[in-house]
Design a protein around this ligand. Structure first.
Ligand code: ADP
Ligand code: MG
Length: 585
């Protein structure tokens, strides 16, 4: 560790998207103790009643049960890039979002928790059959701020967090019924929709004055992306982006006339890549077939995930369809498309995990099989584009896996003369090989400009007030000395001050604006009755954890870049928006 975030002041809008990075020496303190504030998700998992479980067992026998269970827990944590802080005799304590920040640490933690329970259940079934033992695990998780630091113990460095939020996670674990996952109200807010949850009601927890609402995580929910979640909440009025929409309309026309196009929208998180595509898609959908897919942040390790998703979408496969139903859907559609495409079926079945009986491709060389699989999907997509123009949307390529990249490269080569519009988006750290293509267009999205920012804030908080003297209700007889009028003017000024503060802090990032405004409503700082009011004098802005997580992961990314460049023991990142975070401390 040893890296610190320092404060820089920059004027709003002058900012380029990418924060400045400065690299400085920053030595570890002599004792090797160094604190860093982070928002993390803590996860505790513990084997239920391990004492009774092992009562009649020889220590070696007990070990043969406990160790594999602990290993399954640790593997699940690592799969989602979590960090195991501690492995006690019969459980683990893990962190997501530290030492390395991940903007989606709450989701990663719960994916890990679900996977852990699934794997443990499978293991427990064997134990029950073989030894008649009943092994169950409780999991608890919570998100919140901690200070993390590494302590040199002499032999090695221990990296541990301090904070109430981890204790709460630990208590939640003890509250979870065996085989289940319990989370806090705070974590629920961050993951609702991405997971299915069951309210367990309020519980008294030692160390907290108020009872806390506890929820059980029961499975994966219907939402996949942040924008889908925003759609659920109600989208803010779409502002700006006229130039980009115009470019998109233009390439769509070219595509329709048989000159396929690739468009890449590039921007930092939250600037509006997904929203731009969403708006374009919904306003120009008629006559098109739209196929959408996206990479997920922990997706690099899973081959073909976005491609599989795209195919499920195309073949209209739903979660409830069993294997036979899936095979029917795929076969039916392929044959209807063109009978000669039947030879693609074994590849599709294999990729979708719906092979019946022995896999006819099992003996095939891996490379050949991969090439033919990609070729098969490409043929289907190209053939489909003869029926009507096709819009293929691939989001968040910065998280793409190698196989999916292979597919995109193949597709990109062959769409120049097809009615296919390939829309991709990604963050600036990603790159590809399509820049030199004549049918490639790049759209670099800047944060929203002054006008669009004002418009968006008006949509979120109400329009700017007219000057006080012309305000409705400020009649001739009433002067600003009238306490009622004075109060009204002050309240309006409050909202205007708030807008200014938000603009300054978010630098035109629409996601940050929405989240900060929403947080003020959640906190009761803002209320809406007809118009929006401030309920208390404006002091500091509370930065919601969703925004903090994005900032923190960006800082860590920059830090890694700086580290690689200078190879120094410590770095300091000066990020325009990092100061948002520091002010909070
Ligand atoms: N031009 C815009 N006008 C209004 N809201 C926007 C605009 N661009 C983005 N947003 C909102 O900001 C949030 C983040 O946008 P999103 O497209 O998800 O960002 P990205 O894909 O770049 O991470 C979304 O809730 C979205 O609706
Ligand atoms: Mg997006």
């Amino acid at each position: 560790m040893g890296a610190g975030v320092s404060v820089s002041s920059r004027s709003p809008h002058a900012a380029s998207e990418i924060p400045r990075v400065e690299v400085t020496h920053e030595r570890q303190t002599a004792e090797g103790l160094d604190g860093e504030r982070k928002t993390v998700t803590a996860l505790f998992a513990d084997i239920k009643g391990s004492m009774e479980l092992m009562e009649d067992l020889d220590p070696e026998e007990a070990r043969a049960i406990i160790d594999p269970a602990i290993k399954l827990m640790i593997d699940a944590v690592h799969r989602y890039d979590g960090y195991v802080v501690q492995s006690t005799g019969d459980g683990i304590f893990a962190l997501f979002g530290a030492p390395v920040a991940h903007e989606d640490h709450p989701r990663r933690a719960l994916y890990a928790a679900l996977r852990m329970q699934e794997e443990i259940k499978r293991f427990a079934e064997r134990l029950r059959a073989d030894k008649g033992l009943n092994l169950q695990v409780r999991v608890g998780a919570n998100s919140g701020e901690v200070v993390v630091r590494s302590i040199e113990t002499g032999q090695h460095a221990e990296y541990t967090p301090i904070g109430h939020s981890t204790s709460l996670a630990s208590r939640l674990q003890t509250l979870a019924s065996p085989g289940s996952i319990a989370i806090s109200e705070g974590l629920r807010k961050l993951v609702e929709g991405y997971f299915t949850l069951k309210g367990l009601g309020p519980a008294r927890i030692k160390g907290t004055s108020e009872p806390v609402n506890v929820y059980e995580v029961t499975g994966i929910g219907p939402l996949r992306t942040r924008l889908q979640r925003a759609v659920g909440r109600g989208l803010t009025k779409f502002v700006g982006r006229e130039r980009e929409m115009e470019s998109l309309r233009h390439v769509a026309e070219q595509t329709k006339s048989g000159r396929g196009q690739i468009v890449a929208a590039i921007a930092e998180p939250g600037v509006g890549k997904s929203r731009l595509f969403f708006e374009f898609k919904t306003t120009s959908q008629s006559g098109w077939m739209v196929l959408e897919t996206f990479s997920v942040s922990h997706g690099k390790a899973s081959a073909y995930l976005p491609v599989i998703d795209l195919l499920r979408n195309y073949f209209d496969i739903s979660a409830g369809d069993d294997e036979r139903k899936r095979r029917e859907k795929v076969t039916g559609r392929v044959v209807a498309l063109e009978r000669s495409l039947e030879d693609t079926l074994p590849y599709l079945f294999s990729l979708l995990g719906i092979v019946e009986g022995d896999d006819p491709l099992a003996q095939m060389d891996g490379q050949i099989r991969k090439r033919r699989t990609l070729e098969a999907i490409k043929r289907i997509i190209l053939r489909e584009s003869l029926n009507q123009p096709l819009m293929v949307v691939f989001e968040d390529l910065h998280w793409i896996d190698e196989q999916t990249q292979g597919f995109l490269n193949l597709l990109a080569e062959s769409i120049g003369t097809a009615k296919i519009l390939l829309l991709v988006n990604y963050r600036p750290e990603y790159s590809h090989q399509w820049n030199s293509k004549t049918y490639y267009t790049q759209l670099r999205l800047d944060p929203l400009g002054k006008e669009s920012t004002d418009e968006m804030l008006s949509a979120l908080l109400g329009a700017s007030p007219a000057p006080a003297t012309q305000s409705p209700g400020a009649s001739q007889e009433r002067s600003a000395a009238d306490p009622q009028v004075a109060g009204w003017v002050r309240a309006l000024n409050g909202i205007e001050d708030l807008k200014r503060l938000i603009i300054e802090r978010t630098e035109g990032n629409p996601f940050f604006m929405e989240e900060i405004v929403q947080a003020q409503f959640d906190e009761g700082v803002l209320v809406r009755n007809g118009t929006v009011h401030l309920t208390k004098p404006l002091a500091e802005l509370k930065i919601p954890p969703t925004v903090q997580a994005i900032l923190a992961s960006r800082i860590d990314r920059l830090r890694a870049v700086a580290d690689a460049r200078r190879d120094r023991p410590g770095v300091r990142v000066v990020a325009g928006q990092a100061r948002v975070q520091r002010k909070e401390e």
